[in-house]
Design a protein. Structure first.
Length: 600
């Protein structure tokens, strides 16, 4: 949907929405989570040990080995996830600095107010949409006389965008190429600006007036390099709470049932975000709990950067590149080749932001690897801006493929887990991120396992007997209880089903990276794209059809006493398959979803 005036955009109906507060830290709940998490890990370790030593189906190792390997990989990922979620320890929120010397280890001879450059990056987005972001950026309050200048970074080189910037009284910056895409756009703007801090915004990022009041205070610590704020997609469908939804359909009994369920699992909404994004899980739980490890990473929009940190790391990396090239060749006494390498190094441009599809996390990695300075990155818990969500499955797919492909490309080609410069905690946190994308491999095994059993009656375990259930059930129950406490206040279930259902994207990204193909830089559309998206979810639909057909076949066979199935196997795989079908249905349903404004 396009428009001539901002008032015509569909999302203006949500202007009065207020962001949620950060999840409160509840020490009792945190301790319960920690106890349950340890119990779950112990039960899981015992289960995995038993699987390897006593339960393999030796008559079908082609199935048994991949299954136990998948379980082992998932268990290792669980260990990393528990470490990540172990505790919430926020950085102290302090008052904004009175002057620049409050932010520096070595004060300047002449003190002055801090200065902030607001970068609004754009390429081909609707110019009136960008105007909204410009106006909100201009409305940011200037604590203690801070000097704030708004810049529109237009990689589309559009006359109409230049005109909007002129009308709004902000600076317009463009370049004659698109080298490095967003990272190159940021670097180009840094060459012509001088602010002490840089606030990065996408075309649809609309900062709140409190943005600088609440975030600049972290920079009292001269080692703080980046402050990332949570991204809040304010145009998502809000849906209806479960108790009201059941009440409308069943009456009072349904309302009571809904309240009982929500009393145990927290608020559940029907008809909300069709893509089950749950950004609160990522920002308020995963990223926020990386603060104790100094391992929260930049996610681009809504982040505030210390210019000094970005430039020092760029200069140091540039210097290391030149030194490495010359020293190696001088030791080999190859003067001619040394001169050639030196010349090539000098021709490289200084790169404050890494030229990469995931320039945000990549640039954070470079900061964390700087051994001469203990640069810190902070996840600020409060939402300080609003953004637009994907309005169709194609847009969601483009966005998630970039995330997966960029992360996997870093893992395979410039892995920070094994590189020098990072603490053990930082290595584990980055490994957790990369491991989660590799999880698509074993998730595929988990999705296929019930289907294989339904059609062949071959189990991956020696038998679905009491021994199996006595080890598997305690682990699964403890795991569910642990993460119910560990994600208290948000829906952990939505994050799990979204993770499972997005397996085709991560597999495609993995295959692309392994073939050494370049991950593209498509700009994520900010408005709904028209079309039929069922072709994007055929893998999920195939899993659903095969699982349901397989269960029907196995039930038919067992009812006639044929096929070698067991009742325990049918129950275990039936529940397993049901969970898979429900998870896949989320993504299949999203292919047909349309926002309310199109249905009206």
């Amino acid at each position: 949907m396009s428009a001539e005036q901002p008032s015509q955009f569909y999302f203006t109906q949500f202007e009065n929405r207020v962001p949620p507060e950060p999840l409160p830290r509840l020490p009792v709940v945190e301790r319960i989570w920690q106890v349950l998490a340890v119990a779950a890990l112990l039960a899981g370790g015992y289960y995995i040990y038993w699987r390897w030593t006593s339960s393999l189906n030796w008559d079908a190792l082609w199935f048994a080995i991949p299954m136990v390997l998948a379980e082992s990989c998932a268990y290792f990922g669980l260990i990393l996830f528990v470490i990540n979620l172990w505790q919430t320890r926020d950085y102290e929120q302090r008052q904004p600095p009175a002057s620049i010397n409050d932010c520096l280890a070595d004060p300047l001879p002449q003190d002055r107010p801090v200065s902030v450059d607001v970068f609004i990056t754009t390429y081909n987005e609707e110019v009136e949409l960008v105007r909204l972001s410009i106006r909100d950026a201009k409305a940011i309050r200037r604590p203690n006389g801070a000097v704030v200048q708004v810049h529109v970074l237009d990689d589309g080189r559009r006359d109409e965008m230049r005109a909007v910037a002129l009308e709004e009284g902000v600076n317009y910056i463009c370049r004659d190429n698109n080298v490095g895409f967003k990272a190159g756009n940021l670097r180009n703007a840094m060459e012509t600006t001088t602010g002490d801090f840089i606030l990065i915004c996408d075309a649809d990022t609309r900062p709140f007036p409190t943005m600088l009041e609440r975030t600049l205070g972290y920079f009292h610590d001269p080692d703080v390099a980046i402050v990332q704020t949570p991204q809040w997609f304010y145009d998502l469908p809000e849906g209806m709470v479960l108790s009201d939804w059941l009440g409308q359909r069943v009456g009072k009994p349904g309302r009571w049932l809904g309240k009982m369920v929500e009393g145990v699992f927290g608020e559940i909404r029907i008809g909300e975000d069709p893509f089950v994004n749950e950004p609160a899980i990522f920002y308020d739980v995963i990223q926020r709990r990386r603060n104790p490890f100094n391992a929260a990473f930049c996610c681009g929009a809504g982040s505030l950067h210390r210019r000094e940190a970005v430039m020092i790391v760029a200069l140091r990396e540039y210097s290391d590149m030149i030194g490495s090239a010359t020293n190696k060749d001088r030791r080999a006494d190859e003067a001619a080749r040394a001169l050639a390498r030196w010349t090539a190094a000098q021709e490289q441009e200084l790169t404050p932001y890494k030229f990469h599809v995931s320039e945000d996390i990549y640039s954070t990695i470079v900061l964390h690897q700087d051994e001469e300075r203990n640069w810190k990155t902070v996840l600020h818990p409060n939402i300080e801006s609003r953004m637009l969500s994907p309005q169709d499955l194609l847009t969601w797919t483009i966005q998630r493929f970039k995330y997966a492909g960029g992360s996997l490309d870093i893992f395979f080609n410039d892995n920070p887990v094994t590189a020098r410069g990072m603490s053990l905690g930082q290595r584990l946190m980055y490994l957790n991120t990369f491991w989660s994308y590799l999880g698509a491999v074993w998730n595929l095994v988990f999705l296929m396992a019930p289907i294989i059993y339904f059609f062949t009656a071959i189990p991956p375990v020696s038998a679905y007997t009491g021994d199996f259930f006595a080890r598997a059930l305690p682990f699964l129950v403890l795991l569910e209880l642990a993460f119910l406490a560990g994600t208290w206040g948000v829906s952990g279930y939505k994050a799990k089903v979204s993770y499972l259902a997005s397996f085709p994207l991560s597999l495609r990204a993995l295959w692309t990276v392994l073939r050494k193909r370049k991950i593209s830089f498509p700009v994520t559309p900010k408005q709904r794209q028209e079309g039929n998206y069922i072709g994007l979810v055929w893998p999920q639909a195939a899993i659903m059809v095969l699982t349901l057909a397989g269960f029907a076949w196995a039930a038919f066979e067992i009812s006639g006493g044929r096929g070698g199935y067991s009742l325990g196997g049918l129950i275990a795989n039936g529940l397993w398959g049901l969970n898979n079908v429900l998870a896949m249905s989320i993504m299949v349903r999203a292919a047909f979803w349309k926002p309310d404004y199109e249905e009206a």
